[in-house]
Every structure is written in structure tokens, then in C-alpha cells.
Write a protein that binds this ligand. Structure first.
Ligand SMILES: [Zn+2]
Length: 437
């Protein structure tokens, strides 16, 4: 008993010292997080694509006047480097897991800041070097033989004979949503995805989104997160919108994709923990690999197995006034086409590494991604603007999927899958930690 009493004060002193240490570290991290946000917002003054979302205090916005022709590359790089060094020191010395993780996450994001500053100044690197610095990983290379084997599989299930792409387009064209039906169909898909998400997550009160139809964009859909649990979801109507796009918009852009991801970060990290760095979402950063990867995998989480086909057949196609004949085959073909998405990485890799001409890339996208002419052209303008960002959709999705399913979130265990998915959306995740060692 005496011995125990003797130890209590020591333990008390020890735990006080630990608390004190944590307080000092937190203070340092919070101050570096402010510098990180200020730097990101300053870069965003020049590079219009840099800041995807910001909902933090106005006091962190740049006060200096913008001189568009005088991009301060060297001073921005020096600031990024200095914040990064301070963060790595904390990550190296800290005994607290959360602090180490937080410091490393911000430091990795700053590597991406530096790379984007250089790209914005016209200083380019090969595709894989760029993606490692911007998004934390390099995507695997797939050869033409892989794509050919997937096309052979499609050849065996599509009706008719001849060119696989023509036959796929013939099937797909049965499922174009008429323009006057677009709004009710998209809204029905979002409502269903939201209902399915709410069955597993408690979302912040007052969460909402607005839906807009736009033209002349290099992307097909976009979620602009506004903070305060609100998003604006935009759908590009330049191109024909197929029935599966409605489910993609409902899940990828909205529930449990981008809208939910941003809300969970804002609620759990910004408001509950006071981590100011999360109020800035820099588009060209490792955060985007998690964002796009989880948004794409989120479609499968919300509509597992045959749910997509059944929902399209029972609800969306009748709502669009379209015949349901061939829908099951169309979705089966889409699942195979999905694995061909890696061919877009190869087109982007070829264009950025100057090993593929524009014409070659166009025919490559048509042949291996089964794109129609207008989608291939659109894809080219996307690659020109977003470059190695393309890997976030397919490799990001595979990394998220492998992480969740190898930890028990399999198709047969929906509750576990939603639980792990929600945890992933509520943390600062370094993509490299999702790569199997
Ligand atoms: Zn997205």
C-alpha cells in the first residue's frame, strides 16, 4: 500500500509532463497549420485551380495585392520548405501518434505544394515523379496486352460482330437520359444514395447541396464544397449523359462521396479538434487521391453487387422513359469497361512524358477506354489541365478498396465496410499507408 502511494505522485508528475509536452506540440502544430493554410491561399491567388475549397477564417486570406505577372516562385518554395522542415522535426521527435500523423500529413501536402508551384512555373517532371510528389504514389503501368484481354472479354459478351467499341456504343446509346428527364433522374439517384448513406452515418444537421447544370467544362461532374456542410454539385451537359452517370453523380459527387467526405472532415477534424489545416482543400495534393479514390469506391459501397442494375431497372430507367431491355448486359459491360480506365493513365503518361502524340492518345482512348469521339476529346482536355491527377480515380479507388476489404469490409459485411469507410473519410490519411507493403 505504501509503495503504491509512493508511486502515485510520480505517475502524476509524469502524466503532467506528458500533458505539458502535448500542449506545447499542439501549439506548435496549430501555428504551423496556420502557416500552411496561409501559404496555400497565397498560391491560390495566382494558380486558380490550386484551392478546391476553403472554409476557414477570413483572417488567413492573403492581404497583399495580387501581381499576376510576378509569381513569387522562389519565396513560395522557401516558405513551403521551412514549414515542412519544422513539421518533419515534430514528426521525428513526437511520442504522440496523432501529432506524428498530423505533422507528416501536412509535410506530405507541402511536397505537393512545391511540385505544383514548379508546374505552375512551367517546370515539369516525368509522370510518375510528378504523381509521387503531388499525390503520394505512382500508379502501376498496364500494358496493351492487359487492355486487349479486357476487350476480348467484352467481345465475348456484347451482341453482334465487328469492332468492340462500335458494339459497346450501340448498347450504351439505348441508355442516354433525355435532356428533359435529366433533373428528375439525377435527383432520384442522389436521394437514393443519401438514404443509403444515412442508414449508416449520422450526418451533421442542416447538411445540404445545390445542383447545377453547366457547360464548357473539361470534367463531367464536380463537387464544390462550400463549408458549413454545404456543397454545390455541378453536372456538365456538354456530353450525352448515360443512365449510370446518374448513380455516379449521386454517390461519387454526393453521398457517400465528396459531399460526405468534406463534411466528415469539417465536423470531426476542423470543428471538434480545431485542426485549421483541414479547412483548406488543395486540389493537387495527396488528399485528392483519398477524395477521388473514396468517391469512386463509394459507388460500390452505396450500391453493392446488383444494386446498381436493380435501381436503374426499377427506378431510373422508367423515370427517364427508357426501355430496361439490355440494362443488365450494359452494367456488366460497364464493370469491365471500368477496369479499362487505367488506359487513361497510360494516355496521360504518354502525353506528359512526350512519348505519345495527341492523335495517338485520342485513338488510344477510343480503342482501350472504349470512349466515343466526344468523350475522348473531353478526356484530352482533362489530361491537359489536370495531368497526373487521373491516377486518383482508378489507382486511388483500388487502394481504398484494398485497404477496406483487406481489413474486413468485404461485400458480405456491409456494416464493417461502411464503418471502415467512414473512419477513412474522417482522418488525415497518407496515401502511401494504403499501399500494401
Ligand atoms: Zn471526384
Amino acid at each position: 500500500m505504501k509503495k503504491l502511494l509512493f508511486f502515485i505522485p510520480i505517475l502524476f508528475i509524469f502524466s503532467c509532463a506528458n500533458d505539458k509536452l502535448q500542449q506545447i506540440e499542439n501549439k506548435k502544430l496549430n501555428s504551423l497549420a496556420v502557416d500552411y493554410v496561409k501559404l496555400g491561399l497565397t498560391i491560390g491567388q495566382y494558380d486558380g485551380d490550386f484551392v478546391d475549397a476553403y472554409y476557414g477564417p477570413d483572417s488567413l486570406k492573403p492581404k497583399t495585392e495580387l501581381l499576376p505577372h510576378n509569381f513569387p516562385k522562389d519565396s513560395l518554395l522557401a516558405t513551403a520548405n521551412s514549414i515542412m522542415n519544422d513539421l518533419r522535426q515534430i514528426a521525428h521527435a513526437s511520442k504522440i501518434d496523432t501529432n506524428r500523423m498530423r505533422a507528416n500529413w501536412m509535410a506530405d501536402q507541402l511536397i505537393a505544394f512545391s511540385r505544383r508551384i514548379r508546374i505552375f512555373s512551367g517546370e515539369e517532371r516525368p509522370f510518375d515523379e510528378e504523381s509521387i510528389e503531388l499525390f503520394g504514389v505512382a500508379a502501376p503501368v498496364y500494358t496493351d496486352d492487359f487492355f486487349k484481354s479486357r476487350l476480348a472479354l467484352l467481345d465475348s459478351i456484347l451482341p453482334g460482330k465487328g469492332n468492340v467499341n462500335d458494339r459497346f456504343q450501340k448498347l450504351a446509346n439505348k441508355f442516354i437520359i433525355p435532356k428533359d428527364k435529366l433533373d428528375p433522374v439525377i435527383k432520384a439517384a442522389i436521394a437514393e444514395a443519401r438514404k443509403r448513406t444515412l442508414a449508416h452515418y449520422k450526418l451533421p444537421a442542416g447538411e445540404t447541396f445545390t445542383l447545377e447544370y453547366v457547360t464548357n467544362k473539361p470534367w463531367s461532374g464536380y463537387n464544390w464544397y462550400k463549408g458549413g456542410y454545404k456543397s454545390t454539385v455541378q453536372i456538365n451537359t456538354d456530353l450525352k449523359v448515360f443512365i449510370d452517370r446518374a448513380i455516379d453523380v449521386g454517390s461519387h459527387e454526393s453521398y457517400p462521396g465528396h459531399h460526405v467526405y468534406n463534411m466528415l472532415l469539417e465536423k470531426n477534424l476542423y470543428h471538434d479538434k480545431g485542426w485549421v489545416e483541414i479547412s483548406l482543400y488543395p486540389l493537387f495534393s495527396p488528399q485528392s487521391l483519398i477524395a477521388e479514390g473514396s468517391a469512386n469506391y463509394g459507388i460500390e459501397v452505396a450500391f453493392p453487387g446488383n444494386d446498381k442494375i436493380n435501381f436503374a431497372k426499377n427506378v431510373l430507367l422508367p423515370l427517364a422513359g427508357l426501355d430496361t431491355a439490355g440494362a443488365a448486359l450494359y452494367f456488366k459491360a460497364l464493370a469491365i469497361k471500368g477496369t479499362l480506365n487505367y488506359a487513361r493513365n497510360e494516355a496521360a503518361r504518354g502525353l506528359i512524358n512526350n512519348t505519345m502524340s495527341k492523335d495517338k492518345a485520342l485513338s488510344y482512348l477510343r480503342k482501350y477506354c472504349l470512349m466515343n469521339d466526344e468523350t475522348a476529346q473531353k478526356s484530352l482536355s482533362f489530361i491537359k489541365k489536370y495531368r497526373s491527377y487521373v491516377i486518383n480515380y482508378n489507382y486511388g479507388q483500388d487502394l481504398v478498396k484494398n485497404y477496406i476489404e483487406s481489413n474486413g469490409g468485404t461485400a458480405g459485411n456491409a456494416a464493417k465496410r461502411w464503418e471502415l469507410f467512414g473512419k477513412l473519410l474522417s482522418q488525415e490519411v497518407e496515401p502511401v499507408n494504403l499501399v500494401k507493403k
